[in-house]
Design a protein around this ligand. Structure first.
Ligand code: PLP
Length: 417
C-alpha cells in the first residue's frame, strides 16, 4: 500500500473528504462571543454556532470559572450502581423541571450519538420487558440525521451515512418513512405491521437534512400513530433542545408529548461534552419495580460532574439573559430577511424555524462554493444536503449580525453564480 503525499495533520477530520480539505483547513484557536479566530488571526462570525451547539456564544469567563470551581471540588465520580455525584443529580432535576414530560427520569451521557444509541436500545428493551418481543423495528424519517454511532448510522435517512458497511443497517430491523406526508407514514406503518414496531424516531425540525420544519399536522400525526398503535415516539432534540426554537424543547413549541427525548449540544452550549435522554414514566417505571431487570446503559462519563456543572451554568445563563425570547425575536428578523429573498431566481426556497434558517439554492449553483466564498469574507455558514446554506448563529447574535450573514450569502452568490 502506498501512502499519498501531503496527508496534513495527524488529526483525521470528521465527515471530511480528505483529499479535498487538505491544504484548505481552518484551525480555530480562540472564541469570543459570536466570533471565532483562526490561528492565522482571521476573525469569523460563527453563523452556524459551530455544529448548532454554541448557543450562548464562545469564551464566556463565567463558564470557565464554573469548570475550574467544579474541578477543584470534584472533577467527577461515576454514576454506576449505588454511586451518583451531586452535580449529575442536580442537572437531572433541572432538565426534568424544564421537560415537556411530567415526572421524567433523565439518563446522562457524552453527546448526541450516545443519546440515540441509549434511546433506541431502551425502546427495544422496554418492549421485551413488556412481553412484546416482536416489537423490534425502529422507524425513522427520510433525510434524518441521528448521529453516527451504530444506531444513528442504522436509522439514518440520509442514505450516504448508511453506505459501505456491507449491510443496509448495522443494527437489525430499521426502516424509513416519508418526511412530509403523514398519510405515507400511515401506509408504511401498516405495511410493516404496527405490532412489529418498537419506536418512531424523528427530529422535530430536520437539521442536517437541510433545515426542514415539520409540515403542519405532521408531528401531531406521528404522535397519533404512536398512540394508536402502542409505538414509542422518540423526538431527537439534539439540535432543537435547550432553546433553538424559542422554547426549551421543540416538543413544547409544537405541542407534542413524546415518550423519549434525545438531547445534547445546547444543554451545555458545547462547553462540555454532555448528552442524554428524557424518559417518560410509562417507559422508566417497569425498570423501577421490584424484580425488574437492569437497563444496561452507562459509560464512564455518564453524568460527568464537571460536564454537568457546565450544563447547569449554561441553563442558568439562558434563563438569566432571557435567551429563549431572544430566539423568538431573532426568528422574526430571520424570517423577514429570508422572505425578502423571494424574488431572487438563484434561490429555490428559504425555510425558518426558530433560529434555524436554510437557503436552498437552485441545483446548478453550489452551496459549498457559496459558503467557501463567505468564509473568505469572515462569515461561517455551512452547506447542507439539498444545496442548502445553513444559518443558525448563537442566541446572542445581534439583529445586525443576522442581517449581515444573510447579506453575505447574497454577496457570495453574486461572486460564485
Ligand atoms: N441528532 C441530531 C439531530 C444531530 O443533529 C446530531 C449532530 O449533529 C446528532 C444527533 C449527533 O450528535 P453528536 O454529534 O453530539 O454525537
Amino acid at each position: 500500500m502506498t501512502t499519498p503525499a501531503n496527508t496534513g495533520s495527524a488529526l483525521w477530520s470528521a465527515q471530511a473528504h480528505m483529499p479535498s480539505v487538505l491544504g484548505r483547513q481552518l484551525v480555530i484557536a480562540r472564541g469570543e462571543g459570536n466570533y471565532v479566530f483562526t490561528t492565522d488571526g482571521q476573525r469569523l462570525f460563527d453563523g452556524t454556532a459551530g455544529l448548532w451547539h454554541a448557543n450562548i456564544g464562545h469564551g464566556r469567563e463565567e463558564m470557565a470559572e464554573a469548570a475550574a470551581q467544579q474541578m477543584r471540588t470534584l472533577e467527577t465520580y461515576h454514576v454506576f450502581g449505588r454511586y451518583l455525584n451531586d452535580r449529575a443529580v442536580e442537572l437531572a432535576e433541572k432538565v426534568a423541571s424544564l421537560s415537556p414530560i411530567a415526572d421524567a427520569k433523565i439518563i446522562l451521557n457524552s453527546g448526541g450519538s450516545d443519546s440515540i444509541d441509549v434511546a433506541l436500545k431502551l425502546a427495544r428493551r422496554y418492549w421485551q420487558l413488556q412481553g412484546r418481543p416482536e416489537k423490534t423495528m425502529i422507524l425513522s424519517r427520510d433525510l434524518a440525521y441521528h448521529g453516527l454511532h451504530a444506531y444513528g448510522t442504522s436509522v439514518a435517512g440520509l442514505d450516504f451515512n448508511r453506505e459501505g458497511y456491507g449491510t443496509d443497517s448495522l443494527v437489525p430491523d430499521t426502516a424509513r418513512f416519508d418526511t412530509h406526508d403523514i398519510e405515507q407514514v400511515r401506509r408504511t406503518v401498516a405495511e410493516i405491521g404496527p405490532h412489529r414496531i418498537a419506536a418512531i424516531i424523528a427530529e422535530p425540525v430536520q437539521g442536517t437534512g437541510g433545515v426542514i420544519p415539520p409540515a403542519p399536522g405532521y408531528l401531531e400525526g406521528l404522535q397519533q400513530i404512536a398512540d394508536e398503535h402502542d409505538i414509542l415516539l422518540i423526538l431527537d432534540e439534539v439540535i432543537t433542545g435547550f432553546g433553538r426554537t424559542g422554547h426549551w424543547f421543540a416538543a413544547q413549541r409544537y405541542g407534542i408529548r413524546p415518550h423519549i427525548i434525545a438531547m445534547a449540544k445546547g444543554i451545555s452550549s458545547g462547553y462540555s461534552a454532555v448528552g442524554g435522554i428524557i424518559v417518560a414514566p410509562e417507559v422508566w417505571a417497569p425498570f423501577y419495580r421490584t424484580g425488574a431487570p437492569i437497563y444496561r446503559h452507562g459509560t464512564t462519563y455518564s453524568g460527568h460532574a464537571t460536564s454537568a456543572a457546565l450544563a447547569l451554568k449554561n441553563i442558568e445563563i439562558i434563563e438569566r439573559e432571557g435567551l429563549l425570547d431572544r430566539v423568538l425575536h431573532l426568528e422574526g428578523v430571520l424570517h423577514a430577511e429570508l422572505d425578502a429573498l423571494a424574488g431572487d431566481d438563484r434561490i429555490e426556497e428559504t425555510r425558518v424555524a426558530g433560529l434555524l434558517g436554510g437557503i436552498q439554492l437552485r441545483p446548478e449553483l453550489s452551496a459549498e462554493r457559496v459558503t467557501d466564498a463567505m468564509v473568505d469574507e469572515g462569515w461561517i455558514a455551512r452547506p447542507l444536503r439539498g444545496n442548502v446554506v445553513q444559518i443558525s448563529p448563537p442566541f446572542t447574535t445581534t439583529d445586525d449580525e443576522l442581517r449581515g450573514i444573510v447579506a453575505a450569502t447574497v454577496s457570495a452568490l453574486d461572486v460564485v453564480a
